[in-house]
Design a protein around this ligand. Sequence first.
Ligand code: NAG
Length: 144
Amino acid sequence: MLLLLLFSLLAATTGVAFAKDVTNFCKCSCGPNSAILELTPFGLSHLPHASQPIDVGTLMPNVCMNCTRLLCGIAEPQLCDGAAVDEEIVPLCFQRDSLQDELIVSAFLLLVVGLLVWTAVRAHVKPVVDRLLTQYGYNPVGHA
Ligand SMILES: *[C@@H]1O[C@H](CO)[C@@H](O)[C@H](O)[C@H]1NC(C)=O
């Protein structure tokens, strides 16, 4: 039982790992201020502060190449407000698994751990419950 669970855990995690699509993000910093842009066509066309529309059709295949000072400046025109005058925009590209994948993996792990705990608890609790029931005159198995 335990082995079977571990095996399915392994199989499922591997499957998820292959199906997983990573999302790139561009972190634009200027002194103490920073903003994170989601480097997806959807994210870049729904920027809340953009000074001009971003042509998502021109994104590079490696979208991190588009995480530039220029892009940060368009997406967050106010980024350097309040920062020291000599501060410059510093772009930084990073990756993160999409939230949806993380939710699926977490839900799955919870399920597996829950099953394991339940199995372990049941194995320990059932004899006790059975004994108590027998003791108080109820015999589910029927050899009284
Ligand atoms: C992405 O980068 C390419 C090459 O630098 C540039 O031509 C293009 O305009 C950029 N696209 C966006 C949306 O910033």
